[in-house]
Design a protein around this ligand. Structure first.
Ligand code: GDP
Length: 324
């Protein structure tokens, strides 16, 4: 067991972005810790406004912050809303990190994404490949904002000695995911398309791109567990990858989803849609050396997420601004 450098007992932990898939999983996970979870609705704080964030921080004085608030979306949404993805994410992270320093927050955990890495990064991707090459253009706006967030944590650590750390989760899925076809990531998008095709008796489901790109998928409850582990035990300059270290092709994913949903039609590939980066799988050796490994298999995680989707379909068709 790793040392507990930052015990959560009796602490006030603000989960910024508690309505999103990640934030809500962190809130669920923190319920098992002896700490007080703070959340802030849109009516009480505008995360894009520094004065509003400062005010909220001064009034609520958290001991720790999990920065899970972000504007997120899939490959097309990123491409269509570059200003929103860059501006909103830069403002949210700069405002929260700066305010956390000002009120003396003891620990802050910033969440990024593996799209921060160069398009042609070595696979599996080690943390130190950051800023070694050009980004994947389809999500560079989001990536640039998230890289700035990592650098903010490092800068406040260096200049002010703040214990601010960053975690870079791989592609996530699970309860609370976004099933809106215009803005969702591939796993919930294909789950919904396959489900709809099964209900309507459609002979085929459209898969964007060639089906050959490889992606790694992490269940959001595994991520939340890793984040709590990092909050308690990790205090370092480098960001930390959070993933499973295993990847599948988009076609393999589609086949697994069809099996879980019980759909027997075929897949048609729409090659006018972008493939994005050819492969994205994280090197998780740093995280392993810190004493954490993912537990949920993709098959079990997908089955559980499909059950959640069936129970929550109405609510699950969301707008873009997950987690903000
Ligand atoms: P990425 O991991 O940042 O590229 O984002 P996505 O999860 O949106 O896409 C991953 C891969 O799945 C890309 O190659 C997409 O073209 C492919 N894909 C196939 N069908 C779909 C779909 O219906 N929605 C999305 N978002 N991606 C899809």
């Amino acid at each position: 067991m790793a040392d507990i450098g930052f015990p959560l007992e009796g602490k006030r932990v603000w989960v910024a972005g508690h309505r999103g898939m990640v934030g809500s999983a962190v809130v669920r996970r923190l319920a098992h810790e002896d700490c007080t979870v703070l959340t802030a609705g849109r009516d009480s704080v505008d995360l894009r406004n520094q004065a509003s964030v400062d005010r909220w921080m001064e009034e609520n004085r958290p001991d720790a912050v999990v920065l899970a608030a972000a504007k997120v979306g899939g490959i097309l949404a990123n491409d269509r809303l570059p200003a929103d993805f860059l501006y909103d994410n830069l403002m949210i992270e700069a405002n929260i990190i700066h305010a956390a320093w000002r009120v003396g927050v003891g620990k802050l955990l910033f969440l990024g994404s593996t799209c921060i890495y160069p398009k042609m990064a070595p696979q599996p991707i080690p943390e130190d490949s950051l800023l070694t090459g050009p980004l994947e253009p389809t999500n560079e706006w989001y990536a640039i904002a998230k890289i700035a967030g990592i650098k903010l944590c490092q800068a406040y650590r260096k200049q002010h000695g703040s214990d601010f750390i960053s975690a870079m989760p791989t592609n996530l899925y699970g309860p609370g995911d976004n099933f809106d076809l215009g803005s969702s990531h591939v796993l919930p998008a294909l789950m919904r398309k396959i489900h709809d095709a099964k209900l309507s008796g459609a002979p085929a489901v459209e898969v964007w791109g060639s089906g050959t790109p490889r992606r790694e998928f992490l269940h959001v409850d595994d991520l939340a567990d890793a984040l709590v582990h990092l909050l308690k035990t990790y205090s370092g300059h480098s960001h930390v990858n959070v993933g499973t270290g295993r990847d599948v092709t988009i076609l393999e994913l589609a086949e697994m989803l069809a099996e879980v949903v019980g759909y027997e039609g075929r897949f048609d590939f729409d090659r006018s849609k972008p493939d994005g980066t050819p492969r994205k799988v994280t090197d998780v050796s740093l995280l392993r050396s810190l004493g954490w490994e993912a537990r949920t298999s993709l098959r079990d995680g997908v089955a559980g997420t499909y059950r959640w989707f069936l129970e929550n379909q109405g609510e699950s068709i969301r707008t873009l601004a997950m987690g903000v």
